[in-house]
Design a protein around this ligand. Structure first.
Ligand code: PGA
Length: 250
């Protein structure tokens, strides 16, 4: 299973900035990317074509969308469809990122619809899950993980290994500089793997589980080395090519 080194640029970067960062990043990792790693970039929609251009002909790289609406087309002002994203060259998409859940009010049912619809349309999906600090303090970590996975994967039937990944991102560690400790990551990822086995059977072992939440160049290699950690999803530290290249090669 390849390790997925994913950059989530959120609502940052003009087209020119995206182009520059992507080119610089690809230059920095050129010839150094281990064959068992894949680089994914999730730029804002407006910069998809610049990232596509930068990645043209490059091995081990792909890009995708941070969000979409799970319909083919229609009167959905402000939304974008998987078909449009594929037309722009996207092969991946995120669903259930904590900012979608907690800033924009997306619930597990909508997240589940997105995962199922995206897969059905031929996108590879990263389902993001993670507990809030109150939930962790109340001892509800495994309950939250189980629920978000069950509902997030409710609509899927047969899954082709490689089409689905999970990102475990504790909400309290996103953008806060507070990274989960090794034991916390080990525990949570073991719990995700166990729950995935119940939902997906054997495919669970071939489903990458990424960690996200304040991953930086200086903690990336220790995180990547942990059991059941098959990659990282990086926000802040992915915005600069230099820092993200150090994470990718960590
Ligand atoms: P962060 O964001 O690396 O800035 O904590 C991670 C994410 O939101 O995916």
């Amino acid at each position: 299973m390849k390790k997925l080194m994913a950059a989530n640029w959120k609502m940052f970067k003009t087209r020119a900035q995206a182009q520059q960062t992507a080119n610089e990043l690809l230059g920095l990792i050129d010839g150094k990317l281990p064959s068992d790693r894949e680089v994914l970039i999730f730029p804002p929609f407006t910069a998809l074509s610049e990232v596509a251009e930068a990645m043209r002909g490059k091995q081990g790289c792909a890009f995708g969308a941070q969000n979409f609406y799970p319909r083919e087309d229609g009167a959905f002002t402000g939304e974008i469809s998987p078909a449009m994203l594929k037309d722009a060259g996207c092969t991946w998409a995120l669903a259930g990122h904590s900012e979608r859940r907690w800033v924009f009010g997306e619930d597990d049912a909508l997240v589940g619809e997105k995962v199922a619809y995206g897969l059905n349309q031929g996108l590879r999906m990263i389902l993001c899950i993670g507990e809030k600090i109150e939930e962790r303090k109340a001892g509800k970590l495994s309950q939250v993980i189980a629920e978000q996975l069950q509902k997030g994967l409710a609509g899927i039937k047969d899954i082709t290994p490689g089409d689905l990944a999970i990102a475990y991102e504790p909400v309290w560690a996103i953008g806060t500089g507070e990274v989960a400790g090794p034991d916390e990551i080990l525990d949570a990822h073991a719990c995700v793997r166990k729950e995935l086995a119940e939902i997906l059977g054997d495919t669970a072992m071939e489903t990458p589980i990424l960690y996200g939440g304040s991953v930086k160049p200086d903690n990336a290699s220790a995180i990547i080395a942990l059991d059941n950690v098959d990659g990282v999803l990086v926000g802040g530290a992915s915005l600069l090519a230099e820092s993200f290249s150090r994470i990718v090669l960590a």
